[in-house]
Design a protein. Structure first.
Length: 429
């Protein structure tokens, strides 16, 4: 496999960009190589600068639920761009988009668009604090909510991969109001509320964690969070940046049948453009400037092109709900195929799936929380990643991430992937 051009670009990149990349996990460091530079993508496939082709299970870390360069999304894009790239003034498409999001999600009555998932969670926390007049928040170990100072504590994704779950540069004073509880452990949350209940503004959670590998919440755990937060006058915030419009049209709120007070979105709602959103009950969202005292703004928020793409994606998903059924069918096929391979080859690994999100953990499991996933053999994952890469499969270049399927993946892609998985596991055994 020739990666000469990627290497050349990388050598240049590291002179100008820290680690040669604009986000840490894509440096491929934890799988022992340099980053592969991508030139183009179509459907379920991407192609790198050297012309190698891969079936892509990163899908831009979740946004590309319809696959790469989907024609339905791109139609007439040129005209939209030529009508003006950005105005910093309101446009109708922002209202259409907000209405679609509000209609999709139980309990959300108003929404504000921002430019990333990080901004969405940062703003939601600020609003929750403004609304409750309290400072403390609870987050869960292994959950990643973007790189806001107050949430960058015992977090997941690249922070686990690079061993810095609590970042340097975050003042102790800022995180003194962040309490970290154990995922799926209601008793831990209950005890924390006993101690600090009156000071806790919000509990924020990835209802299905995707940033320590895929670790779903137990239903009783989420129901317990809903009950405890209500009893204590704290807000429950679902971070649906990954799960929103992925695990169903109404996100984890719909799948689990639980209404949070606020929800954060990103990824799919921008279809690959830098978009995020946060929303909540009317009374809570009316805290936001200009009608309320909580300030939050953005020069490019609600960017017309991004809104058009996001709107089109949501429309496609809304009008073709069988997309979710088909996604899950393909994910089950993948799960079952990989499970068979693991059993046949007697590998110490476990495939975890929730809807169309999957992680192959190199450990026995069960995987319920951050401690459980920490026991995985990350060197095995690195070897596995590289064997799959050689076979034309692009997996997340780190153990503690999820694989994403898109509507563009075909059954043939999955069959090929299962076969490659067998060969790769056999080599690394
Ligand atoms: N929340 C979750 C659950 C995420 O997975 C991410 C990003 N992976 C974020 C927030 C932050 O989003 P962004 O990278 O767009 O800032």
């Amino acid at each position: 496999m020739n990666l000469g051009k990627s290497k050349k670009i990388y050598d240049e990149a590291i002179k100008y960009i820290p680690g040669g990349v604009n986000s840490p996990v894509r440096a491929f460091k934890s799988v022992g190589t340099y980053p592969i530079f991508i030139k183009k993508g179509h459907g379920s496939k991407i192609e790198d600068e050297d012309g190698n082709k891969y079936i892509d299970y990163i899908c831009s870390w979740g946004p590309l639920i319809l696959g790469h360069s989907n024609e339905k999304l791109l139609e007439g894009i040129d005209d939209i761009l030529r009508s003006g790239i950005s105005f910093g003034l309101p446009t109708k498409i922002e209202v259409d988009m907000a209405k679609l999001i509000v209609e999709s999600y139980n309990g959300i009555e108003m929404v504000r668009m921002v430019n990333s998932g990080t901004e969405a969670t940062m703003s939601a926390i600020r609003v929750a604090r403004g609304y409750t007049g309290r400072d403390k928040i609870i987050k869960f170990e292994g959950c990643y909510h973007g790189h806001n100072d107050c949430l960058l504590v015992k977090s997941g994704s690249g922070t686990i991969t690079y061993g810095i779950p609590t970042s340097s540069g975050v003042p102790a004073d800022i995180i003194k109001n962040t309490i970290v509880c154990k995922y799926n452990d209601l008793e831990d949350v209950r005890k924390t509320f006993e101690k600090f209940g009156e000071d806790i503004a919000a509990v924020i959670i990835e209802p299905v964690a995707g940033n320590m590998g895929v670790v779903p919440s137990d239903k009783e755990f989420l129901e317990g969070l809903r009950r405890i937060t209500k009893e204590n006058g704290s807000l429950l915030i679902f971070d649906e940046v990954i799960t929103g419009f992925r695990i169903s049209y109404g996100g984890a709120g719909e799948v689990y049948g639980i209404e949070p007070d606020m929800a954060c979105f990103g990824k799919i709602i921008g279809g690959g453009f830098p978009v995020g959103a946060y929303g909540g009950k009317r009374e809570i969202m009316e805290m936001v400037s200009p009608i309320g005292p909580v300030y939050q703004a953005g020069t490019l928020s609600g960017n017309p092109l991004a809104m058009h793409i996001g709107y089109r994606i949501l429309k496609v998903l809304k009008e073709n709900k069988n997309i979710y059924k088909e996604l899950e069918e393909k994910a089950i096929m993948m799960e079952e195929g990989i499970r068979r391979n693991i059993e046949e080859l007697n590998i110490n690994a476990k495939i975890v799936r929730f809807k169309s999100m999957l992680t192959l953990f190199f450990g026995k499991g069960p995987f319920k929380n951050f401690d459980d996933v920490q026991s995985c053999d990350i060197e095995m994952y690195a070897k596995y990643f590289n064997e799959m890469l050689k076979r034309g499969i692009m997996l997340p270049p780190a153990q503690f991430e999820g694989m994403f399927l898109s509507a563009a993946h075909t059954k043939k892609d999955i069959e090929y992937t299962i076969k490659a998985n067998y060969e790769a596991l056999k080599v690394i055994k």
